[in-house]
Design a protein around this ligand. Structure first.
Ligand code: ATP
Ligand code: MG
Ligand code: MG
Length: 550
């Protein structure tokens, strides 16, 4: 659609293409393999991939693995799985920043040769002290004016493993009086005697992010390097690095605001604690917003894409309500998925005038609003399960469902009139009795009489037993994410497990991640971790209604 307005990044790209600054664009998603991806990363992935698609460019998946302390290989596979699931196809453009260590080393040597970098002996504390503050210029290091020869020799010795961690660093020689503290001779290489997950013990010096990232972008031919807002005041350093190294096609850094969701937990520290305390079932617990958790909860890539589009791209930080994500999944599943019957809190309904031992197969629409989904059969018999709350012994006014003497429609089946009920010794209702009108098959009566209530049901003999997990926000929304002491303000009802549910027999065939609308209840999906052939487990993705309006 040509009339839609372009976001500010698209405007920059279109200008660059128009002015011939780049022939074809190339974007990248550069995760550090130090954790699982979350909904915020999904925004970055879909943004970068979407731009590459839109402008016929390329999209790189690059692991930014230059810091051996925090990185683990196990995260590489989980990140790849998540990016792939979101539909961002990197084709053969999968890269590891650690693959460029030799080139980064050579780039550092080049800076030394140009007199633009020096080896510094100050301790980390001294470097911090000398750096100055926003109101106070920095102080030059006594090592700043070392000769090029001496710097080359010392840097070579750093590489050779002669120095201990922290004993020497390589710094860019820029400007200790710069108003931008990032430009006050930043450290670009450090000594770290550590084994790297990719390069093993080949290196004992590692480049710092601000030096490594522009080089990675330049080597790969990235044209637009999109990052989040906190890197805005690192941009002068990014530009300094690509300029001093003389790349023919310098990449351009563009910043946008991070995606924040209200009342969710994204901090790794907090999630780790929730896992350790046994409050959540790992990183993919359906109440979390890691991509793995959203997938397990039953979100689709399409719904996340829609969500990210609705959030838009901007330069100012703001936070989006979780209800908007729920809106997106509801909209996505509404017409795509079958509407089936499941009873979450069962009580038996016996149709006393229905022949014993008889079963009918009723033909029903899978989705009334989408005939393309076809039809299925649902067995009907003398004994059914209905929801406990669909019967009341003494109904309040306006209650339209079952109560003694009242007639309701069993969805897709027959009209029934309640004739009585049975209680156990504690006074709990254990069975409800009714009679049916054989003329009302399909849910309409030939004499045109109206019933006001329609309830769902499953045939007791045929239904499959299932466990159903109902989720609410893990955070108590009224009170915000944190308590005064900094602990998480948890919602005690964030998970309710119903172990005695019954679903239509057709759901016995459901596969992991398959999702359904359970009529009158919400959208549910088969739990990929805990559900198996004869022990079905469903997650509630989202209820049917919401307060959220677009
Ligand atoms: P976290 O600390 O939450 O894991 P991160 O910044 O450490 O985030 P990286 O692996 O460094 O994660 O990030 C990979 C990419 O994802 C970066 O380009 C980063 O800017 C982007 N990104 C991270 N968080 C968000 C967010 N909330 N919204 C949008 N983009 C994000
Ligand atoms: Mg990270
Ligand atoms: Mg990071």
């Amino acid at each position: 659609n040509e009339t839609v307005s372009r976001n500010f990044i698209e405007q920059i790209i279109e200008k660059d293409i128009e002015e011939g600054n780049c022939e074809a664009i190339c974007t990248r998603f550069p995760p550090e393999p130090n954790g699982y991806l979350h909904i915020g990363h999904a925004k970055s992935i879909l943004l970068n991939y979407g731009l590459a698609q839109k402008y016929n460019g390329k999209f790189n998946l690059r692991f930014d693995d230059t810091n051996p302390t925090k990185e683990k290989f196990e995260f590489v596979e989980s990140i790849k799985a998540d990016v792939e699931w979101l539909g961002a196809d990197w084709e053969d453009r999968l890269f590891f920043a650690s693959g460029y260590f030799q080139q980064m080393y050579e780039a550092a040597v080049k800076l030394i040769q140009k007199g633009k970098a020096y080896v510094c002996d100050l301790t980390p504390e001294e470097i911090r002290e000398y750096r100055g503050t926003l109101t106070e210029a920095g102080k030059e290091s006594p090592c700043r004016n070392r000769s090029i020869e001496e710097n080359l020799k010392l840097f070579e010795e750093m590489r050779a493993g002669i120095y201990k961690d922290g004993e020497k660093v390589l710094r860019a020689k820029i400007d200790m009086a710069s108003p931008n503290i990032n430009m006050r001779d930043p450290i670009i290489y450090r000594v770290a005697h550590m084994t790297h997950h990719n390069t093993g013990d080949a290196w004992c010096i590692y480049p710092m992010y601000d030096f490594a990232h522009p080089i990675e972008d330049a080597i790969e031919g990235v044209t637009h390097s999109i990052c989040t807002l906190e890197f805005e005041d690192h941009r002068p350093l990014y530009d300094w690095v690509v300029r001093e190294l003389g790349y023919e096609h310098p990449p351009k850094q563009i910043e946008f605001a991070k995606l924040y969701l209200t009342n969710v937990v994204t901090g790794k520290r907090y999630i780790k604690k929730l896992v350790e305390d046994g409050i959540v079932d790992g990183w993919d617990d359906p109440r979390l917003v890691s991509i793995a958790a959203l997938r397990r909860r039953g979100f689709t890539p399409e719904s996340i894409k829609r969500f990210v589009e609705l959030c838009g791209v901007s330069k100012s930080n703001s936070s989006v309500d979780y209800a908007m994500l729920e809106y997106c999944i509801r909209e996505d599943l509404k017409l795509k998925r079958p509407r089936v019957m499941a009873v979450l809190d069962p009580v038996k309904l016996v149709i006393d005038n229905y022949p014993e031992g008889q079963t009918e197969e009723l033909l029903v629409d899978n989705n009334l609003e989408n005939p393309a989904l076809g039809q299925r059969t649902v067995p009907f018999s003398r004994e059914l399960y209905i929801e406990r709350e669909d019967f009341m012994e003494e109904p309040p006014k306006k209650y339209r469902r079952l109560y003694p003497g009242n007639e309701v429609r069993l969805m897709n089946a027959y009209f029934v009139i309640c004739t009585g009920f049975e209680k156990d010794e504690q006074g709990n209702i254990i069975k409800i009795h009714c009679t049916y009108d054989p003329e009302s098959r399909g849910g309409n009566s030939p004499d045109g009489r109206k019933v006001r209530g329609t309830i769902h049901w499953v045939s007791a003999e045929h239904a499959k037993k299932a466990e159903i997990r109902l989720y609410e926000n893990i955070i108590d929304e009224e009170k915000g994410v944190y308590n005064e002491d900094g602990s998480l303000n948890l919602n005690p009802n964030s998970l309710i497990v119903k172990t005695e549910c019954y679903v239509e027999p057709s759901l016995g065939q459901a596969e992991k991640y398959d999702s359904f609308q359970f009529v009158r209840q919400g959208f549910f999906c088969v739990d990929a971790k805990d559900s198996s052939g004869d022990a079905l487990v469903f997650n509630r993705i989202v209820s049917l209604k919401s307060s959220y309006k677009l």
